[in-house]
Design a protein around this ligand. Structure first.
Ligand code: ATP
Ligand code: MG
Ligand code: MG
Ligand code: MG
Length: 436
């Protein structure tokens, strides 16, 4: 992408409405534009990050054995009346009436719909276990949408649903997702601590929230200092190894970690004082095992192996895909701007041409650009060097390939690593090799 022709707007001033770093930087770096309270348009750079986050989430869901579907955003109220949640859900649900006076809603989650779909096709215990997921926009009419995409009203969520024969099977499915979540966040360079959580309106008896520790987080958290080392998160177990996965799950969850809603003061007091950590965090994922709550309410009953009907045990598993973009910035920024981790960066490199019009400089920049293709933004604008440096730092590309007339004459590129500030002078070939 050539900056002279790109739609990558940046702002010099700090927008007054943004209270936290990630929101400020998402606006300043031109990732999003608010269109209504809590509703955002994604601009080119933001959309590329969103898609990369989404793709990592997708790959780890597939690896865990879940299959992707796509359910609609608009749902019929009928389904929610069957489960009894239509009235319970309250004002967070955006209710819509169509021209025939039918009650509809913009889905805040999909337990009812997926249960209904599965019911249409599943006939017997041979159709179990199965896991389905989709990545789709949700709407929740939050009382206080804030912090940009962190608490939007419209937001992108990955939600998965598992159907199992019995409790043991459902707990295995739960642990498979637990593992998939640890892997998903690790691939983005994030440490998300699984914490005992309240099941809320979804219902059920087993639940974990995945929390990224951050002062600007909206959840109060209590955890053992053991979670400050990352060894615990080493997800080195196979998805299909039932006993190994159970042992892994037990090891990872053995130390105390709970959100304020589930905080157990007696258990807390039993932990040595020097290991108690109290702080704040961002909820980026939430998994639930809720048994037959929806299958029973919605009549999902299958023929069992011995003639006894089976009501599948279910779980649901959410990841805040759009919230993660904000959380990634909270975890990776400095005064100058964003520092994208490589796996989610919108582009890997910014090529900074410090003297457009100088033949050697232009030639070297073009050579870099041709080789890096879709991974590079080429700053070919007739702007001051200072402006180019500032924009590249703000937008946070992991690498900057800086080319000026003096270097170009000697065939040298200055390569800067955004995360560390390290700089090295390299030939074209060596610079390309370093970036890849
Ligand atoms: P919160 O406690 O932040 O309101 P939640 O517990 O209501 O979230 P869940 O129903 O558990 O949310 O949904 C799954 C995931 O969707 C959450 O873990 C979070 O990452 C994301 N999410 C929920 N609400 C929002 C929102 N308003 N904006 C962006 N992401 C959200
Ligand atoms: Mg909520
Ligand atoms: Mg919550
Ligand atoms: Mg939650």
């Amino acid at each position: 992408m050539r900056l002279s022709r790109a739609f990558l707007p940046t702002l010099k001033e700090t927008p007054a409405e943004a209270q936290i770093a990630s929101h400020r930087l998402m606006l300043r770096a031109g990732l999003i534009r608010q269109t209504s309270a809590g509703i955002y348009a994604w601009l080119p750079a933001g959309l590329r990050v969103l898609r990369k986050v989404e793709q990592i989430v997708r790959e780890e869901q597939d690896r865990a054995g879940a299959q992707e579907i796509l359910m609609p955003t608009i749902q019929s109220a009928e389904l929610w009346k069957e489960s009894g949640r239509y009235d319970d859900y309250g004002k967070e649900m955006l209710r819509i009436t169509d021209r025939h006076e039918r009650e509809m809603l913009f889905g805040p989650t999909n337990e009812e719909m997926v249960t209904d779909i599965f019911k249409t096709f599943a006939k017997s215990y041979r159709d179990l276990p199965r896991s389905l997921y989709h990545i789709q926009w949700k709407f929740r009419d939050e009382v206080r949408p804030r912090f940009g995409v962190m608490r939007g009203r419209e937001f992108l969520m990955k939600d998965a649903y598992s159907f199992d024969m019995d409790q043991a099977g459902a707990r295995h499915s739960y642990r498979q997702m637990f593992l998939a979540y640890l892997r998903t966040f690790q691939r983005m360079g994030l440490t998300a601590v699984p914490m005992r959580a309240d099941t809320g309106p979804i219902g059920g008896d087993l639940s974990h929230e995945f929390i990224i520790l951050a002062e600007t987080g909206e959840s109060g958290v209590f955890y053992d200092a053991a979670y400050e080392t990352t060894d615990w998160a080493k997800a080195d177990v196979s998805t299909d190894d039932v006993d190994g996965l159970k042992a892994f799950f037990e090891r990872v969850t053995t130390n105390y970690a709970a959100t304020d809603e589930m905080h157990d003061t007696a258990a807390w007091d039993a932990i040595p004082a020097e290991r108690r950590r109290e702080g704040r965090g961002i909820e980026v994922g939430h998994i639930f095992y809720f048994g037959t709550k929806y299958s029973a309410a919605m009549g999902l009953v299958l023929a069992g192996p011995d003639g006894v009907p089976v009501t599948p045990e279910m779980g649901s598993y959410g990841i805040g895909v759009s919230r993660l973009v904000g959380a990634l910035i909270e975890a990776n920024h400095d005064e100058a701007g964003i520092k994208w981790p490589d796996p989610v960066a919108p582009w890997a490199v910014a090529i900074l041409n410090l003297r457009p019009g100088d033949a050697a400089t232009d030639a070297l920049c073009e050579a870099l650009y041709v080789n890096l293709a879709d991974d590079a933004v080429y700053d070919d604008r007739p702007a001051r060097a200072g402006e180019k440096f500032a924009d590249a730092d703000l937008m946070g590309f992991p690498w900057q390939a800086i080319v000026g007339p003096r270097g170009a004459a000697a065939g040298k590129v200055e390569l800067k690593r955004r995360a560390t500030g390290e700089r090295v002078e390299l030939s074209l070939e060596d610079a390309l090799a370093r970036i890849r």
